[in-house]
Design a protein. Structure first.
Length: 252
């Protein structure tokens, strides 16, 4: 195309645009630019498995720090993953009076994370834990617990670290949609504390393991018919750490 032809095209195009604008002004028609194409919002897939985070405190509430009797308080968070054959992975963040303490802690093969709490000031402290979740496991937050640092609290002259524990089902029977379970807690020293049975998110049975006893029998609430994966949990104490196991049962 010649230069003359290109210039003629520019003149004609400008004249046509001016004519359209004048006509629109005469009839009151808006000449606003067309709306841009809608932006496609990426879809975020929700985690496939729900979780629950349990929290216990272990150790002695001692004062002053550095004394022969001083012993740290440990926060122990354990994450359960519902309806999954895989344990929790990822990390847990611990909070003291609403502020995160240190870095997030990676959970172990049992889904448990631990962190030592400060005991360098007298006072009452609020502790909680948050499982941060993964691509397939949803985050969850524990209940809030408190501990006290007080000069008046006396502890044994030679405190010992809490020992580990295991929990298992000794026997189980099903009757009228209720499950009667004998829960056995094993540890290298006498254990005491709360024992829970969970069905999904719900606590369906709870009892206290008497001091020095090795087992306790619980009866669940009525369950729906079908297959259930029950979570059996010993919540631990200042001398024996928490533990958990799963038990599958069919309610007819």
């Amino acid at each position: 195309m010649s230069c003359r032809s290109r210039r003629r095209g520019v003149v004609l195009g400008g004249t046509a645009a001016l004519a359209v604008s004048l006509a629109a002004a005469l009839v009151g028609v808006s000449t606003a630019a067309p709306a841009p194409a809608a932006y496609a919002v990426p879809q975020v897939r929700a985690a496939a498995f729900e979780t629950v985070t349990a929290l216990v405190l272990s150790g002695w509430r001692t004062w002053p720090p550095g004394s022969p009797n001083a012993y740290p308080i440990e926060a122990i968070a354990t994450v359960d993953v519902y309806e999954s054959v895989h344990p929790a992975d990822g990390t847990v963040a611990f909070y003291l009076d609403g502020a995160q303490i240190g870095e997030e802690v990676t959970v172990d093969e049992e889904g448990t994370a631990r962190m030592t709490m400060p005991t360098d000031q007298v006072g009452t402290y609020q502790v909680s834990a948050r499982y941060t979740g993964t691509a397939t496991q949803a985050p969850s937050v524990s209940r809030t617990l408190s501990y006290v640092v007080d000069p008046a609290i006396r502890v044994p002259s030679h405190p010992q670290a809490a020992v580990g524990s295991t929990v298992k089902v000794g026997s189980a029977t099903v009757s009228k949609r209720r499950v009667r379970v004998k829960v056995v807690v094993s540890a290298s020293r006498p254990a005491s504390g709360q024992v829970q049975i969970r069905d999904g998110k719900k606590v369906v049975a709870q009892a206290t393991l008497p001091n020095g006893a090795t087992s306790v029998t619980l009866t669940t609430k009525k369950l729906t018919k079908g297959k259930h994966k029950l979570k059996i949990r010993f919540l631990g104490s200042s001398t024996v750490t928490a533990s958990s196991s799963s038990y599958r049962v069919v309610v007819r």
